[in-house]
Design a protein around this ligand. Structure first.
Ligand code: GLU
Length: 426
């Protein structure tokens, strides 16, 4: 087993998300005064599995894909975290994402540990039938590890509610009965929760508006840019616009568009549904995607992938407030630079926690076989994420540290307390 403090053998990025996650944990355990033994327990994944996924392609050939599931920690409850399909997936990325899930669940006081899964695949180049076979084989390979009381996957980049339906079905067939609680982010007709599909974005916007106000900026009429137009960026842009924020630029993996008068987000959604990208949206100008991250606006929402704000561009970021819709978009080096420039960074483990909060509600509903109204889900989500916002901002003020440091310290302390109360076996 590789501890998260050792350089991992298969590291392909320099330094990459695992380095970022390790650096953040080291800072927290130093502030908390933990000894090296406790630090290592928090730094080291409890379980990791790497599986091969032989896939019958539609053309009759066979291709072998690689998948991972990392359970970083389950001292507070079952491990929880998404399943990612992306060509950038590797074990170190999954380790980092699993660790961030542990802190996210602890910070929001959701009774889970952290996990993450990934398959190294570009889903755009595979048919629906091929993706179903990949999902079913991957699920079958990791099935000894997962279950409603063990580890509960959910959607992430490149996966969606259909992926979760296949995963739930495969697991259920193997168990001999339907197990709705084995995954969250499922279709509503199959044990999903109302409000789950938009939950991450709702949370981003609740926290984003609170962050703007904390800087004396009135959301109505404020300006924003959004990087990414997937499950998170799309609805974040929509809800920001509904709150009166002028969304002046949006990028995706193909390009970017801008309109200083404010984009018509609903019309853009229709364009993306028809074409698959923001590129070519007639009612806006095409711009260089890099300009989105560097735009002179009140709010920047990076809602794509890790490491997009780094030492090479953080000095050019002009947004007053940065709310992390993605996991790990800011490197520790960029964090220091943004802090020095007095930018307010709302960290991922707080800002994008709406998804796992409503995943928790979905699991609770599935276990009770009793479903809540959308209004109830939305109200409980708002309460929980805004409570966490207040705890983190209070803690940051008390310790005189940035929000990420405060959030990580609060979360790490909860996990460490669980370890200490449970004791060490044997
Ligand atoms: N993939 C999402 C995240 O990174 C959701 C995880 C979950 O709901 O379990 O937070």
């Amino acid at each position: 087993m590789t501890t998260l403090d050792q350089p991992a053998e298969n590291s392909t990025r320099a330094p990459g998300p695992l380095h970022d996650a390790q650096t953040q944990l080291r800072e927290a355990t130093t502030i908390l005064g933990y000894d090296d033994g406790l630090h290592q327990m928090l730094a080291t994944p409890r379980r990791e599995v790497t599986v091969s996924i032989p896939l019958h392609r539609d053309d009759g050939s066979v291709e072998v894909l690689i998948g991972h599931r990392v359970q970083h920690n389950f001292s507070r409850g079952p491990a929880k975290g998404g399943l990612r399909y992306s060509p950038a997936v590797d074990l170190d990325e999954v380790r980092a994402l699993a660790m961030w899930m542990t802190w996210k669940c602890a910070l929001l006081d959701v009774p889970y540990g952290g996990a993450k899964g990934g398959v190294r695949i570009d889903p755009r180049h595979y048919s629906r039938a091929e993706l179903e076979r990949v999902t079913r084989r991957y699920t079958s390979e990791i099935s000894p590890l997962i279950g409603p009381e063990r580890d509960i996957p959910a959607p992430d980049i490149g996966t969606d509610e259909t992926t979760m339906a296949w995963l739930m079905d495969t697991y259920s067939v193997q168990q001999g009965h339907t197990v709705l609680g084995v995954a969250t982010g499922k279709p509503i007709s199959l044990g999903g929760s109302r409000g789950r599909a938009t939950a991450t974005s709702r949370g981003v916007v609740h926290v984003g508006l609170a962050a703007l106000r904390s800087r004396g900026i009135t959301p109505d009429g404020a300006t924003a840019v959004v990087q990414g137009f997937g499950k998170v960026g799309r609805y974040a842009a929509r809800f920001l616009a509904e709150a009166g924020v002028r969304v002046v630029a949006i990028s995706d993996q193909y390009g970017a568009i801008a309109d200083t008068a404010g984009l018509d987000v609903v019309a853009l959604e229709a364009h993306v549904d028809a074409t698959g990208s923001v590129v070519g949206f007639k009612a806006a100008a095409a711009v260089d995607p890099a300009t989105v991250l560097e735009a002179d606006v009140d709010l920047l929402v990076p809602a794509a992938v890790e490491g997009v704000l780094h030492a090479g561009n953080a000095g050019r970021v002009r947004a007053r407030v940065i709310v992390e819709g993605a996991n790990g978009p800011t490197t520790p080096e960029a964090d220091v630079m943004l802090q020095q420039a007095d930018r307010l960074v709302v960290p991922d483990i707080l800002a994008n926690a709406g998804g796992v909060i409503v995943s928790y509600f979905e699991w609770v509903q599935a276990n009770q076989a009793y479903w809540w109204s959308e209004a109830e889900v939305e109200a409980r989500l708002a309460d929980r994420i805004l409570d966490a916002w207040h705890s983190v901002t209070d803690h940051a003020r008390r310790l005189d540290v940035p929000l990420r440091t405060a959030a990580t310290c609060l979360a790490v302390e909860r996990v460490a307390q669980a370890h200490q109360m449970r004791g060490l076996y044997p």
